[in-house]
Design a protein around this ligand. Structure first.
Ligand code: SAM
Length: 250
């Protein structure tokens, strides 16, 4: 296929990611989101993908699926509530890729149906979720101990004196009305711990963001390792509505 034939094919779809297909042709995605992606790629550099089973949550056009495959992943599943037709019909065949994509919501992922994953990629989705704790638990449960998760999200950059979740609705959202969930750094790290995820490293778009404490929304990328002993320190049974005898006289 010539570059102009490829460009004509690309015009049939709507694109979010910029993904190079040839030295001269890339998917015409949003250039303004590229700066969110750099810290995710840096955190991916710290993880060994070789032979691993990977799931990319909210995969859109598959930028991070293809990155995982390039880095040697044995199997990559991308899930999104709105499948990218361009990725499925054009990119996967073009790259002769083994990436699989499913149109589904993350809350429906479970080990019984989908198996365990060694690596969960979760960029650019958490701040859109109204049920963030359920999402974190659902995704943490997909990992065996030692499994890795990379979470990229909007963060409420305060002084981190308390573990907080800023949950603006409607016009108060700093982005747009689907963006309703912004932990502060302490809220993110402490919440992850309760689901058995230890944060090993946090990366930012800039050093200025790393140091920010004025309540602005910044982007943070958290590299985590699963350690179920961390979750066992917390009353998981109570949190999921399990029967208990707390108020009964013994
Ligand atoms: C802001 S885009 C981020 C795309 C990509 N992950 C990235 O970082 O470049 C959010 C994506 O998450 C998807 N999404 C939103 N809620 C989801 C859910 N509950 N389960 C799976 N995907 C979801 C959207 O359809 C969209 O493609």
């Amino acid at each position: 296929m010539t570059n102009s034939e490829l460009t004509a094919q690309l015009e049939r779809y709507k694109w979010y990611h910029i993904i190079p297909l040839t030295p001269a042709v890339s998917t015409p995605g949003r250039a303004d989101f590229a700066s969110h992606h750099a810290p995710v790629l840096r955190q991916m550099d710290a993880v060994d993908f070789r032979g691993k089973r990977v799931v990319d949550i909210g995969c859109r056009d598959g930028k991070f699926c293809f990155e995982a495959e390039k880095r040697g992943a044995a199997e990559v599943l991308g899930v999104d509530t709105s499948l990218s037709l361009g990725a499925v019909e054009l990119l996967i065949p073009f790259f002769k890729s083994k990436v699989r994509m499913l149109e589904m919501g993350l809350y429906d992922l479970n080990v019984a149906e989908h198996g365990q994953f060694d690596i969960v990629l979760f960029p650019g989705v958490l701040y859109h979720l109204r049920y963030p704790f359920t999402a974190l638990k659902t995704l943490a449960d997909l990992l065996p101990d030692g499994g890795r998760m990379i979470i990229e999200t909007g963060i409420f950059a305060d002084e981190d004196k308390r573990a907080l979740l800023f949950c603006p609705v409607g016009k108060e959202s700093p982005y747009e009305p689907s963006s309703v969930t912004f932990y502060n750094r302490k809220g993110m790290v402490d919440s992850l711990k309760t689901f058995g995820l230890r944060v090993d490293a946090v990366d930012y778009k800039s050093d200025k963001d790393r140091k920010r404490t004025d309540g602005e929304i910044i982007r943070g990328t958290f590299l985590c390792t699963k350690d179920s002993a961390l979750a066992a320190e917390h009353p998981q049974h109570y949190w999921v509505g399990g029967a208990h005898k707390h108020w009964q006289k013994s």
